[in-house]
Structures are given as structure tokens and as C-alpha cells.
Write a protein that binds this ligand. Structure first.
Ligand SMILES: NC(=O)c1ccc[n+]([C@@H]2O[C@H](COP(=O)([O-])OP(=O)(O)OC[C@H]3O[C@@H](n4cnc5c(N)ncnc54)[C@H](OP(=O)(O)O)[C@@H]3O)[C@@H](O)[C@H]2O)c1
Length: 265
């Protein structure tokens, strides 16, 4: 019975991970959410699929993560096979680094993104590492973003989403550091970009016109033939194919949902 923990499971890509993984009765899936009371869709799915357990933990709250890890441990006999670090936030995608209303505002946004998208993943990984060490698969997947790739940023001259992109670039190094430490124990760490996916985080003309204005000129350069965001279903299916074939010898890399660094969208 492979076991999975997915963070940020109430909606978007995280919810889709739980949906696809729990479709096989052979899998045991733990969905971590920030607020269980409002995780309506996930609660409904878990009442019809007995292999889903919904647990509450904000990934910036170490105590809540430890409690969640204890609950997973009780259910699995102290083991975990896969951790999917999916939860993340993005606050002001339309601002450039010099476009915030004040120095305090840019500092706040940098720290706020870093707290969730980078440090939150470190806390989550540390909370579940003891269980992962007892698991037989030992895969830790962290959802990053192509917008944190140096090559893509320079090629597309993408100044948008700086604080988020910086926090995800730091996340990529977090993944590399764990890989360097744990390769010898058989762990596979991977940072993966899900593509541009139609969730609440995807930029649109309606919700984030400032960001779209900055991204639009980049698209023909970085993604010729780009047809628009993909569905969470397609993104997660492609990511899981990459995760399945990724092995310990390539632990610590950062790739797209195509499994490479040449094509991000
Ligand atoms: N969509 C895209 O185009 C895209 C592109 C590149 C990378 N990504 C990455 O893909 C992942 C999933 O994003 P998404 O598109 O599905 O976004 P989303 O729909 O906004 O979902 C984000 C999830 O993260 C959770 N979350 C945020 N802060 C949290 C915290 N402190 N503790 C616990 N959970 C927290 C949210 O919980 P609540 O429901 O409680 O708010 C929500 O469930 C993220 O890592 C994102 O950076 C997305």
C-alpha cells in the first residue's frame, strides 16, 4: 500500500493530486489542508473514498505539522513513501522589485513568500523525514515554478512575480541540499514545475492584468505555440509520470512537467 502526503490539498493542483492518487484503492493518501472546516470538496471526496484521510496543518506551523505526522504515523505503522510539498502562496504578481509602494512592502512580500514557499517546505519535510526513512520508496516532490528558472527568466525577460520567484528559486536549493544529504540513504528529492495551470494561482487578464502585461511579451520567446493554461488533471497526470520514472541518481534536480528544463509550458 504506497502512502502519500499531499500539502495544500483543499484545492487546485493539490486537490487533483489527491484525486488521481486515491483513484487506486492500493494507495493510502493523506491530504493536508490549512482549514479542514472549509475543505468542502476534499471532505466530500474523502467520505466516498476510504483511502483518503484529511488532516489539518498550516505548513508554517511546526507544531501542527508534527501532530499531522504523528497521525500519519499511527495510521501507517510509522512509515511514509511519498511526500508531495504542493502548498504555496503568491501575493503581488504584478509588481516588479522596484514597483512596490514602499521598501517595507517589498521586504514584507519577500519574507512572506519565503516563509511559506521555502521555510514551510523545510518544516514539512523535516516533520515527515522520520516516516519517509522507514518507507520503501523515499520520494519527496516539491512543486516549484518555471518562473524561478534563471534561463527562462533571462530569455523571457520576466520581471513579474519577483518575490514568489525568489522564494521558489530558494526552494530549488532546499531540494538540492536534501538530495545531497540523503542520496546515500536512497532518497529521491525532486523540484518540479506543474506548467501554467488553470487554478486560482494562474495569471489571467481579469485577476492579474499587471502580471499578464509583463508575461505576454515573454510567451512567444519562452513558449512558442503556447495555447493557454493546462488543466489540473493534465498537469498532475504529467507530473506523476515524471515522478514515477525519476530515480535516485537524478535526485535534487529541478524540471518541468515534461521532465526537462528546455520546455516549461
Ligand atoms: N497554477 C500554476 O500555474 C502554477 C505554476 C507554477 C507553480 N505552481 C505551484 O503549484 C502549487 C499548487 O498551486 P495551485 O496552482 O494549485 O494554487 P492554489 O489553487 O492557490 O492552491 C494553493 C494551495 O496551497 C495552500 N496553502 C497556501 N499557504 C499555505 C500554508 N501556509 N499552509 C498550508 N497550505 C497552504 C492553499 O490552502 P488554502 O486552500 O487554505 O488557501 C491551497 O490549497 C504551488 O506550489 C504553486 O506555487 C502553480
Amino acid at each position: 500500500m504506497p502512502s502519500y502526503v499531499v500539502t495544500g490539498a483543499a484545492r487546485g493542483i493539490g486537490f487533483e493530486f489527491v484525486t488521481q492518487l486515491s483513484a487506486s484503492g492500493a494507495n493510502t493518501v493523506f491530504g493536508l489542508v490549512r482549514n479542514k472546516a472549509v475543505a468542502t470538496e476534499l471532505n466530500a471526496l474523502s467520505s466516498s473514498r476510504k483511502n483518503i484521510t484529511v488532516l489539518q496543518a498550516d505548513i508554517t506551523d511546526v507544531n501542527a505539522l508534527e501532530l499531522a505526522a504523528n497521525k500519519v504515523s499511527e495510521a501507517t505503522g510509522g512509515k511514509l513513501d511519498f511526500l508531495i510539498n504542493n502548498a504555496a502562496k503568491s501575493n503581488h504578481p504584478g509588481f516588479t522589485l522596484d514597483g512596490f509602494p514602499s521598501p517595507e512592502a517589498v521586504e514584507y512580500d519577500l519574507l512572506d513568500n519565503f516563509k511559506t514557499n521555502t521555510i514551510g517546505v523545510v518544516h514539512t519535510t523535516n516533520a515527515f523525514l522520520p516516516l519517509l526513512k522507514n518507507g520503501s520508496v523515499k520520494k519527496v516532490i516539491s512543486i516549484s515554478s518555471g518562473i524561478s528558472d534563471l534561463g527562462l527568466t533571462l530569455l523571457g525577460e520576466i520581471a513579474a512575480e519577483p518575490c514568489y520567484a525568489i522564494s521558489k528559486a530558494a526552494l530549488n536549493m532546499v531540494v538540492a541540499k536534501y538530495a545531497a544529504q540523503y542520496r546515500a540513504e536512497g532518497f529521491t528529492f525532486l523540484a518540479i514545475c506543474p506548467g501554467l495551470v488553470s487554478t486560482s494561482m494562474a495569471p489571467t487578464e481579469e485577476t492579474t492584468p499587471g502580471e499578464m502585461k509583463m508575461l505576454a511579451p515573454a510567451l512567444p520567446k519562452v513558449a512558442p505555440g503556447f495555447k493557454g493554461p493546462i488543466s489540473p488533471e493534465e498537469s498532475v497526470r504529467m507530473q506523476l509520470e515524471v515522478v514515477d520514472r525519476w530515480t535516485v541518481d537524478r535526485s535534487g534536480e529541478f524540471v518541468s512537467h515534461f521532465g526537462n528544463r528546455e520546455r516549461w509550458m
